[in-house]
Design a protein around this ligand. Structure first.
Ligand SMILES: *Cc1c(COP(=O)(O)O)cnc(C)c1O
Length: 360
């Protein structure tokens, strides 16, 4: 079986965890601080705040920007549920804009029509490792005075016109085991704004600036030093991991036949969190079955767009929302293994299995 994802945990991670356990300081401590500094440097920003997950990073980032009841946040419905749920956690409402079918990311040309007097922020989701088309998104945000909070949970080290994801506004990252680097569970908030950085730190820890004095409502969304030790070791490997993903994707794209392979627009560095093809003609599920039968891991990210999820339809009134490109993508996409542990034989096996199905 060639798995769809495979966390790369080596001796460095194991040794780092043992050192933390032996240090006697296992909750949030010096490793978290070092991981935050290293992560900020990786993104080319001044500040990073570590949290317990990507979901809590999104939640805290939105709260730090004052987003709450009565506000609207424009985002994509073709993403993991946490992108939109984090908006709901604050009491605000996600407003979904359709995607560009070529990139699976928010279509910047469709954002302006979705802006209302309640709109507070745009949340571009850099899906599958490709940064959104940020220049027009930043233009429309500036024109309407909107915040930009990036869901970069799948885009560690991705670049747009030489600039890293997570550095365009306030960035949020996940460190879940399937992501390009992991801390087992974990998240990161990146920014260049010292006020936002400080607010995130306070919300992460019970709204507390001075011990046992609570200025506002906060949470326990801290990362532990055990997790940060894993994350720090992984951070040293991110460039190597991303280079392997990019090379694996290039091999697949030059050999796969009869399917639509992912695009990397000019001026972008796609880091292939997922390698996602489009299978037209209603044959996606049959190809998925064929690959599974041949021992090739595969997954549909995502089979149900958020506006069509039961909770969003039944409880939140999104039943009338229509997003044709999002809905078509959900019916046609299939992700293939692209992770750094793939061998040349694995890549050849994947290509042979896909091409035998498409009959080219
Ligand atoms: C993984 C992911 C999240 C949530 O991250 P967790 O660490 O799993 O909480 C949010 N948004 C996107 C796009 C993701 O892929």
């Amino acid at each position: 079986m060639i798995p769809i994802a495979k966390p790369q945990i080596g001796d460095e991670e194991k040794q780092a965890v043992l050192e933390v356990l032996d240090s006697g300081m296992i909750a949030q401590g010096p490793r978290v601080k070092a991981f935050e500094e290293g992560f900020a440097a990786m993104c080319g920003v001044k500040h990073a705040v570590a949290t317990s997950s990507g979901t809590t990073a999104l939640h805290v980032a939105l709260l730090a920007h004052g987003i709450g009841p009565g506000d609207e946040v424009i985002t994509s419905a073709f993403t993991f549920i946490a992108s939109a749920n984090s908006v709901l956690f604050t009491g605000a409402r996600p407003v979904f804009v359709d995607i560009d079918p070529a990139t699976f990311n928010l279509d910047p040309a469709k954002i302006e029509a979705a802006i209302t007097p309640q709109t507070k922020a745009i949340m571009p989701v850099h899906l599958f490792g490709l940064t959104c088309d940020m220049a027009p998104i930043l233009d429309v945000a500036a024109k309407h005075g909107l915040l930009v909070i990036e869901d970069a949970c799948q885009a560690h080290g991705a670049e747009y016109q030489g600039q890293r994801s997570g550095s365009f506004g306030t960035g949020t990252f996940s460190l879940y085991p399937t992501k390009n680097i992991t801390s087992a569970e974990g998240g990161m908030i990146t920014s260049n704004d010292p006020v936002i950085d400080e607010k995130c730190r306070v919300i992460r820890q019970h709204g507390m600036r001075r011990r046992y004095y609570h200025d506002e409502l906060g949470f326990n969304f801290r990362m532990t030093d055990v997790h940060a030790a894993i994350g720090l070791a992984q951070l040293q490997k991110l460039e190597r991991f991303n280079a392997a993903r990019i090379a694996n994707a290039a091999y697949l794209s030059s050999h796969l036949q009869g399917v639509i392979t992912p695009v990397t627009p000019a001026g972008q560095r796609h880091v292939f969190h997922q390698y996602t093809i489009r299978v037209e003609g209603g044959r996606r599920d049959a190809l998925a079955q064929h690959l599974s039968a041949n021992g090739i891991g595969n997954m549909v990210y995502y089979p149900v767009p958020i506006h069509q999820q039961t909770f969003y339809v039944n409880e939140l009134g999104y039943g009338e929302v229509r997003l044709p490109e999002t809905e078509r993508a959900a019916a046609e996409v299939l992700s293939l293994p692209v992770h750094p542990a793939l061998s040349q034989t694995d890549l050849e096996t994947i290509v042979a299995a896909v091409n035998s199905f498409t009959g080219v």
